[in-house]
Design a protein around this ligand. Structure first.
Ligand code: GLN
Ligand code: ZN
Length: 764
């Protein structure tokens, strides 16, 4: 056994760093490359410059250990698939150069569909799902981690290569469509480990002293077989002949049983997420085998934008010092999910700024904590400053007594509507809709004109009045088109929204929007999540002007369009000084008032979108009931003030709801629209099984693809849906909003949809 008793010390560190570029340089370079405006050499040049800048900044900030291989052209899971030759052959065939094969797998090419893109744990980052087939034979085919290690070494920086752990890699993969029945991803474990053993030897030869294997899959519930796989992997890797010291990092939650497994493995260090995974501190003292390990105390929050409570962080470190001989300071998770640098924000209120820390500031916190842990006096002023900021936060700035008093005064009946049957009668009378009513999910194509109007207003090129005029013109066009197509329930088209959360953040008190706070969502796509920093309230109506204008143009019902509390939280940075459920209730109250104002303005239908309901679902089963309770509660608080005769719709963006199906029912919406075209209406059986009996609109065509469905195809899907749902409860609509499509596709698709619904309507 090669357990290192004389491992070099692991210095204070961060588990990973943003890579898109402080000014989104990589995004721009990627898009220029894809558009053929720059060549591969120019793209590589931008990437190398970004990597060098990151390593240098981290070293100069004083980190004891600087990570490398945290850069990616698209996604670290895809990088790993390429590294071990696990890219399906269809992407590499035909002599496609390796960089283009990589991008083909990421984004598709010609007639090739890309790999499936899916959410990375409970973050808003998306990774590409590797497909493992009968011909997948892992072998070390690339050298990216070694090359980047050398690149940093040439700058005089000895880095710690970060590798996606072999077990997490396999658990995130899926069987290829042609995999034999009974194929188990973990059958490939030994072959995967072989590749990593070879890689470790090369890294050691290149001079690496430490490597980091990420195993975040173990922050979720795992079977005994999966825990055994973890034990097996790190026994074999630990026993590798020639290797650097090994840090295994678990993050996005507690390691639970995996902690004992890692403690028993012949590795040198374990990284603990002491923010999301604080539960690991309970019982850690009784985990055998940690004494000789280095514990990387992940006390600086890698997922949120708040400054660290340094006293508390030091207390956790001190506690770990009672358990292991070596404790070093780190982030709870890679910093991939926070923006680069607070210093880039110019317009922030100083009091608020003092509470924030982006990636660059978090590095400083790690360095400072490491000094304080070492007993350095120089840390004292910073500790005092941290206390002062926390005291100020807990003062009046974050609290709005009016909101709090209102929430206190709520009674259970504020979350309940009348029986569905009563509502359904009232709504049928008031709306007079036909069976198989047709509608859309809300947004219409965001044309150049719409984007220009928003940009012109931001830049001050047009005044508020001109902006409004352009928005109204757009709404009028969208209403006229829908009437012409013959839809039954219309929408205003959402031209005023750049993003379904950002728009509300800009209109609510308690939210802050950043100028440069970009975070990678997938590939070159970045989002700028708003920051919820205080109690939420609604100073004025947010959507009424647009929706009521739309309604004034037509006799047909227009749906008011709101984003639900869970989705607003999921796509923002949230407060960490109160439970999420409390923040959700504040948002709900604002939406409740908005619905009231929409009703007064004559809207008879309001849709509250909750596409992120499943995304926030906790990774561990034990935490789910609590989450679903507050998620449902906040939706009902938002919607239950509506009159019985007001029809509440909700929209969810996915069809695999297994884990949240009861919650969807519990939302008690009158109509639920869901994605269904790709799953060919199977979701309806699931709803039927649980006795769902309100309105449902399973999407009859997939808006994620530019393909225009023909009428026959929509007719078939309506037929399939009618087998599970009676016509008076069945709605006919696309899978999701139309904002990413063009009118050339949208118009014929909606015409086919309406025509199919009408023809079928005659028969029910
Ligand atoms: N109403 C939104 C739209 O149509 C819903 C988007 C979503 O579900 N992600 O764009
Ligand atoms: Zn959707």
């Amino acid at each position: 056994m090669t357990h290192r008793t004389h491992a070099p010390a692991l210095g204070a560190t961060v588990l990973g760093y943003p890579r898109i570029g402080p000014d989104r340089e990589l995004k721009r370079a990627l898009e220029a490359y894809w558009a053929g405006r720059i060549d591969a050499a120019a793209l590589h040049e931008v990437a190398a410059t970004l990597r060098a800048a990151t390593w240098t900044a981290l070293r100069d900030a004083g980190l004891g250990s600087v990570p490398s291989n945290t850069f990616s052209y698209y996604d670290q899971v895809l990088d790993t698939a390429v590294l071990v030759d696990a890219l399906p052959a269809r992407y590499t065939e035909g002599g496609r150069p390796s960089l283009d094969a990589y991008f083909a797998a990421a984004r598709g090419a010609d007639s090739l569909a890309p790999l499936e893109l899916t959410k990375w744990f409970d973050t808003n980052y998306h990774y590409l799902v590797p497909e493992l087939g009968p011909d997948t034979v892992p072998r070390l085919a690339g050298r990216k981690p070694v090359e980047e290690f050398r690149e940093a070494a040439a700058l005089g920086i000895t880095t710690r290569p970060v590798l996606l752990g072999p077990v997490t890699f396999l658990l995130l993969s899926k069987a290829a469509p042609d995999a034999p029945a009974g194929f188990d991803r973990l059958d490939l474990l030994d072959a995967m480990i072989d590749t990593q053993v070879e890689l470790l030897a090369e890294l050691a030869a290149a001079g690496a002293e430490w490597v980091q294997f990420d195993e975040p899959a173990f922050a979720a519930d795992r079977t005994p077989a999966e825990l055994d796989a973890l034990a097996h992997a790190y026994r074999r890797l630990g026993e590798a002949e020639r290797r650097p010291s090994i840090l295994v990092a678990g993050y996005h939650g507690a390691l639970g049983d995996a902690l004992g497994v890692l403690a028993a493995a012949p590795i040198e260090a374990v990284g603990l997420d002491l923010v999301a995974g604080r539960a690991d501190l309970t019982g850690i003292a009784s985990v055998a085998g940690l004494r000789q390990k280095t514990l990387l105390a992940g006390v600086v929050d890698g997922r949120n934008v708040w400054r660290t409570d340094l006293d508390e962080a030091l207390a956790y470190c001190a506690m770990l010092l009672g358990i292991a001989d070596h404790v070093t300071v780190g982030t709870s998770a890679p910093l991939l999910h926070v923006p680069y640098d607070l210093d880039a924000e110019t317009g922030l209120d100083p009091a608020l700024r003092s509470r924030l820390a982006f990636a660059r500031q978090k590095v400083d916190e790690v360095v400072l904590l490491a000094k304080a842990l070492g007993g350095a006096d120089e840390a004292a002023p910073a500790l005092e400053d941290s206390r002062r900021v926390l005291r100020a936060r807990d003062g009046a700035a974050t609290r709005d007594q009016r909101v709090r008093a209102r929430l206190e005064s709520l009674r259970p009946e504020h979350g309940r509507r009348a029986d569905y049957d009563v509502r359904a009668r009232g709504q049928a009378e008031r709306l007079g809709l036909p069976p198989l009513a047709t509608t859309t999910i809300g947004s219409f194509p965001q044309t150049g004109g719409v984007r220009r109007a928003r940009a012109d207003r931001r830049a001050g090129r047009i005044d508020e009045a001109e902006y409004r005029r352009r928005m109204r013109a757009e709404i009028a066009d969208v209403i006229a088109l829908q009437e012409d197509i013959g839809l039954d329930v219309l929408v205003h088209g959402e031209p005023e929204r750049n993003d379904m959360v950002q728009y509300f953040a800009e209109n609510l008190e308690g939210f802050l929007s950043t100028e440069h706070g970009w975070v990678q969502s997938y590939g070159s796509r970045c989002v700028r999540p708003p920051i919820i920093h205080g109690d939420v309230s609604r100073p004025a109506p947010m959507t009424v002007e647009w929706s009521s204008y739309a309604q004034s143009l037509t006799e047909r019902p227009v749906k008011g369009m709101l984003t639900g509390p869970v989705t607003i939280l999921a796509w923002s940075f949230v407060r960490d000084d109160q439970p999420l459920g409390d923040t959700a209730r504040q948002v709900a109250l604002a939406l409740r008032d908005e619905i009231h104002d929409l009703e007064r303005a004559g809207l008879r239908i309001v849709q509250v979108d909750e596409p992120a309901l499943r995304e926030l679902l906790p990774l561990r089963e034990a935490d789910r009931a609590d989450y679903l309770a507050w998620a449902v509660d906040s939706f009902r608080l938002a919607t239950s003030g509506a009159a019985d005769s007001t029809q509440i719709h909700t929209h969810l963006c996915y069809s695999e709801f297994g884990d949240v199906i009861d919650a969807i029912d519990a939302l008690d919406a009158d109509v639920t629209t869901i994605e269904a075209a790709r799953s060919r209406m199977e979701v309806l059986d699931d709803l039927h099984k649980i006795g769902y009996r309100r309105g449902v609109g399973p999407g009859v065509y997939d808006i994620h693809s530019p393909r225009v469905p023909d009428e026959a195809e929509v007719t078939r899907l309506i037929g399939a849906a009618l087998a599970a749902v009676p016509g008076d409860r069945l709605w006919v609509n696309p899978d999701c909003g139309l904002k990413t499509r063009g009118y050339a596709e949208v118009e014929p698709a909606l015409r086919a949809m309406v025509s199919a619904a009408r023809a079928r309507r005659a028969q029910v």
